[in-house]
Design a protein around this ligand. Structure first.
Ligand code: GDP
Length: 297
């Protein structure tokens, strides 16, 4: 299960705090030292951990906590609130364009992150919101990717626009908008090509697609299991092409938590959804407060 080790460690720290009754400044500091270790072991970004502990400590050593009736509970409440803040405090939805305008969502990410699966999952989510989505196959390098999108699109009852693998992705994207206009689709979701690693060619192509159509939102798909690598990938994609948010996949696995807890704080970009399995309905909206409560057990 995700965050299992982090959860266990934090619960241990808090069990000790709860048992103490009154807390001294030293008690709080010692507890936060353990919280710090637990977060670092969960692969949370070092700077994020440092700031987090500093903020919690400043709040916890305030008079309210020390003189409160239940200081242990207060410290736990502060940790919960600050964990929530780390992940963005509010839930972020897709920002749909108003009226008849087409909302173009561009999906980007490294190969294997779960981009094509997530794209189809998202199409289902968009459809449930009462929109008319169109999926677009812009990955022209892997014929299997086009087939995968077509199969998944069919399962979701969402049409897939494809021009095979002989056209430039930017041209396919442009043509798909015309197709959407003519056929009454109001959300266009572009599945773009990923590579195993970040490379200039891939970034240039993504920039070209972004320049050729009016993209409302660029969502980066990253694998939660890759921890700080996911955070670095997010930083690079944002720098090179600009991203508006992140979808964190494979949160059903035994990820330690580093990506979920660092991405927002490091890149400033919210997590919109998380992938909770391989099936096409395994996509959940990301709620920072629920995630924090889940981590704290
Ligand atoms: P892409 O190369 O980024 O397009 O990745 P794919 O969509 O082909 O996914 C790569 C693998 O990850 C596939 O086996 C997917 O079934 C799997 N996958 C994607 N999202 C999730 C998820 O949220 N949880 C789990 N357990 N597997 C996922």
């Amino acid at each position: 299960m995700a965050f299992e080790s982090l959860s266990d460690k934090l619960q241990n720290v808090f069990k000790n705090l709860r048992g103490k009754g009154r807390l001294s400044e030293e008690d709080v500091k010692a507890a936060l030292k353990e919280v710090k270790m637990a977060l670092l072991e969960a692969d949370v970004n070092f700077k994020v951990v440092k700031n987090f502990v500093k903020t919690v400590q400043e709040r916890a050593i305030g008079a309210d906590v020390m003189n409160g009736l239940n200081p242990g509970q207060m410290v736990i409440k502060i940790v919960n609130e600050e964990l929530t803040n780390l992940m963005g405090s509010e839930t972020t939805e897709i920002a749909y364009r108003p009226g008849q305008q087409i909302t173009v969502i561009m999906m980007v990410g490294l190969q294997g992150a779960g981009k094509t699966t997530t794209t189809a999952k998202l199409a289902g989510h968009v459809k449930k919101k009462g929109k008319k989505p169109l999926l677009v196959a812009c990955d022209v390098y892997r014929p299997a990717a086009i087939t995968q999108l077509q199969i998944n699109g069919e399962k979701q009852g969402v049409p897939v626009f494809s021009m095979g693998d002989k056209n430039k992705p930017a041209d396919i994207a442009k043509a798909s908008i015309e197709h959407a206009k003519k056929n009454g689709f109001n959300v266009v979701i572009l599945d773009t090509a990923g590579r195993l690693h970040i490379d200039e060619g891939m970034m240039d192509e993504l920039v070209e697609i972004k320049e050729s159509v009016d993209v409302a939102q660029t969502l980066l798909v990253v694998d939660a299991m890759t921890g700080q690598d996911a955070v670095n990938v997010a930083g690079t994609f944002d720098e090179k092409i600009g991203i508006d948010g992140v979808v964190l996949t494979k949160l059903d696995g035994d990820t330690r938590g580093g990506a979920a807890l660092s991405i927002r704080a490091v890149t400033g970009k919210p997590i919109l959804f998380c992938g909770m399995g391989e099936k096409l309905d395994d996509l959940e909206q990301f709620y920072p407060d629920r995630m924090a409560s889940r981590i704290l057990g």
